[in-house]
Design a protein around this ligand. Sequence first.
Ligand code: AP5
Length: 273
Amino acid sequence: MMIILMGAPGVGKGTQAKVLCAKLKLRHISTGESLRQAIKENTSLGSQVRQYVESGRLVPDQLITRMVIERLSRNDLKSGCILDGFPRNTQQARDLDKFLSAKITSAYMVIYLDASEKTLIQRLSGRRLCKKCQAVFHLVNMPPKKDMRCDFCGAELYQRPDDKEETIKNRLRIYQEQTAPVIDYYAKQNRLLHIDANRELKPVLKECLKLLKGRGNHIRLPKSDLSPARAGSGSRKICLKFCPLPPNGGVPPTAAKGIFFLKERDDFYKVRL
Ligand code: AP5
């Protein structure tokens, strides 16, 4: 299962992704972190993307899509992943769909974290990162215990170059122009879970988990994500609760191929994950 975390800069994607991945045993794929790592290590990719990242502009589609597809093609994602920071425009979203449609592990949903501009600016301008382990802090919301030192490894904290006031404005403008349309793209596919992210960390996390575990909430998976044998017309409302056994009991014969079972009330659906 893949979850795409979407939302404006500073909404809390990285923070929520880390906790969700730990709780749900998923891999965290963050395009922003991978790019910053490449810049830090001065790799060939790093030197190509530095100017874009530090000024808050989007890295060219060709470079970023290749990086993401290479990462998604590795075979360490069997238990699933959270994709944080991609796609960032409709072209990237289409390229991702094209890549996924050729794979058996193609089901995914999209969590859209939504917050006001005032919240975003407050979060971005107060964010500080650990120079060594990249842990994220906030001067007001999540201050480090010791003055400007990481709680986990003791290294110094720093401010991202793209978290300066002028660059923040640029990033928010680019988000509105290029990334916001991707929300509509996924809404039309019935994949979107909309979450009010103006709230503190815990309520946001709780709602993400609630939606994902299907406790009283449901998402619609498009017909294309259902196995042909079960797919009816249009999309179906499905409780996202994994069922270890198929309806007739026994071990799911197709589990090895990445096909699992979802349960909705007393009915079961086979879903390609
Ligand atoms: P990226 O790193 O992805 O930046 P972003 O999307 O702008 O997101 P941020 O990392 O700024 O914010 P976040 O939502 O993760 O917030 P966080 O959890 O840290 O990308 C950086 C750059 O790389 C881009 O500008 C671009 O150049 C390039 N790039 C990346 N992907 C690309 C792509 N697909 N195409 C092209 N270019 C690409 O939280 C923010 C702060 O708020 C923290 O201090 C945190 O402690 C605090 N906080 C979080 N949640 C809460 C809460 N609920 N309550 C209180 N405080 C909170």
